[in-house]
Design a binder for this molecule. Sequence first.
Ligand code: PGA
Length: 264
Amino acid sequence: MRVVICDSAEAAISRVADHISRHIQSQPKTVLGLATGGTMERLYAVLREMHETGLSFAGVKAFNLDEYVGISSEHPQSYAHYMKQHLFDHIDINQDYCFIPSGTEHPFEASRDYENLLSEHGPIQLQLLGLGHNGHIGFNEPGSSLASRTREKALSQTTLEKNKRYFSKDEKMPLSAITMGIQSITDSKEIVLMALGAEKAQAVKSMVEGPLSAFCPASVLQMHPRVTVVLDAAAADELTLKDHYIFSERLQKRREAAVSASTS
Ligand code: PGA
């Protein structure tokens, strides 16, 4: 696991945006795994700017992690709507190849169909992840099987509390979601997870330095061979080995600079 600690949230966002941009330039027909949430809104704003200055998504296919059960893709709080609003409607991606689980189909069929799409168009080459306060990735809440595939999951009390702000008072917030499973996520060739702010520090600590456990689903990333965790200073604050990660990253950057100097 490569842990990158940036001075500010802006620096972390720009680090992740650069990573995605370099990936697309080297593999224009890549398959991306995309995430939603407040953190990603800021990243997508940067990707939109990158598109305006020349980054093309024309050959890219995309899979989103999850969707609420019981709401249609036109619903303003659906993740299908979120993706159009924050990214897809502003870039040159072919939306016929932007996949999001269906919130209106029967959950069992929606999950099975999504796994079939992953088999047909995957594997995901670069999966982007956020991190829940409770250590969830996608909507794989604490207690999720580390070997799970796409299925319906009940949302935890923490998630319901946190996300209810997006729904109006007279609207019922969905109680469950279709989410890619933990195994479906870790089948990706490479993973970049971004977490920002002090409110994520405890979950970051459990993910990076805690035991591998379904209690913190993100801890499964310790088993993946190619993961980069990008943090701002506040999100990194609880890490015991913080100084070591900073030192390792400095060395890594020096190595990368030496390689690029020798090849240019
Ligand atoms: P957030 O959500 O970016 O809104 O904090 C992250 C997540 O729950 O994965």
